[in-house]
Design a binder for this molecule. Sequence first.
Ligand code: SAM
Length: 272
Amino acid sequence: THFGYESVSINEKEGRVRQVFENVANDYDVMNDFMSAGLHRYWKDELLRMTGVGPMSKALRRRASMKYASDLNNNNDDDDTIDDSKALLSILDVAGGTGDVAFRFVDAANCEERSKSSGKDEVNVTVCDINPEMLRVGESRARKRYGSALFDETCALKFVEGNAQCLPFEDNSFDLYTIAFGLRNVTDVDMALRDALRVLKPGGRFLCLEFSHVQNVPLAQLYDIYSFHVIPKLGEVVANDRDSYQYLVESIRKFCTQDELVTRMKQLVSKV
Ligand code: SAM
């Protein structure tokens, strides 16, 4: 590779990833805006849209409710059949860092309004990340944004330290698993995919938002210039940390292609 990243061993990679995100935690959100010209917000909004979570996401509530009631054969479309007390959608955002994706779920489901009025939420969201610094920044953003009710009263939003490869959760715990710009940082991707399958309930959904390989040739050339020269320079100038941002660029290059990832996922699922 251009920067000799390939020679890094597995344990070294884990240590390096930890170090990178520890270094960037405080500037992470500002840098995200800088590096993507705000585009990461749009991508995350798209992820949210694909999950269908919203204030009145009745279809999802119905699905969750039916599952909790072990009533998978019940195709009744009548809203009155929803048992609200059980219609909680549990969402796990892995490598959730400073909470950007989780906040979208909370906002979309209007958790904070519901907590105030009824003490009940339609979703509960768990942010899991390996890096305590990223989680610390995330939790402090969340407290500023929502106050403490979400944490201390309803536990609708939680920040949990954990590794995507061996998540600290029971089997079949979540309806939705999201991982945004996280999978390429994990040392053993297959292990993380297997663990995603383990913690998801039967019929649960896995959504991965990740950078990959640019297939359009002129665009790929532009992207090369941008990623090799502009991103590390931005890291140096804005966050005073060229190396960490160089790592981010390399990790994107080294990550598998879209098709390879799909194949790996299919292989895992076929073995279950
Ligand atoms: N998802 C957030 C977002 O989109 O803004 C943060 C993405 S950030 C590029 C990557 C995150 O992955 C970091 O917070 C890092 O600590 C986390 N991470 C790296 N390896 C991990 C692992 N093995 N398990 C869990 N999180 C990991």
